[in-house]
Design a protein around this ligand. Sequence first.
Ligand SMILES: [Zn+2]
Length: 267
Amino acid sequence: MLNAENWYEIIEHKNYLFVIREKLEEVDPRFLTIYTNMYLILGSQKALLIDTGCGLFPLKPIIDKLVENRELLVFNTHSHFDHRGANEEFDSIYIHESEAKNASMPFDISILKDSPKDVVNIYNDKNSFKYPPPKEVKSLKEGDKFDLGGIAVEVIHTPGHSIGSISLLTNKGELFTGDTAHYGSMYLPKRKQFPIILNSILKLKDLFDANKVQEIYPSHERYPVGRELLDDLYSGISNIEKIWDTKQKDRFLHAWILEDSNFKYVI
Ligand SMILES: [Zn+2]
């Protein structure tokens, strides 16, 4: 039985950086992902919440406690269901301009209806398997900067996993990569679009070369991780044709699954 108590794991990772984790595996194991990581950055004036999870249980009360009297900004790294679920609880959310329209509409999550887990009643009570849209959607674009008070955050457009996927770089060297780069099951675009995601990974590698990044905080699985994530992923995607013959069909995801020593690839 899924339980609202202790659903979210709250970790004070640094005095200004909280990790809020939920188990995507407990929502639906068929997505081949264990954890979703949300992040809360606390500046002296403003706070920034990165993603809102699956929306299974109320998120805002937990965030409000940590944010105290700061102004809260809420970003979605992209508009997939596991990053936007609790959007409706907040006054406004920011998302890349190319996904703003998508994020402004109700979102069908009936794919979760036959989850082997006990989510059916919880979602059905709440919203009949549709995420209502947030009250207001604001657009982000490449290079936008936000001063939280003592901490600045810059938007980096890293398309590939989705057209409007963003990464976020702080002036303290933290890089939040969303679903553009994480260990575990990487959801990739079609092969002809691989140059798009490879280019985004290169863009992030360049930030390491410019000494702007110390640590990576992905939206799924392990955190923080180092530059090796980007190197492993770049070479894994570049060499996918070498393992292409090992692909398996996943009927639920309607995708091919391939595996190397670092990642599962969902294509
Ligand atoms: Zn995701």
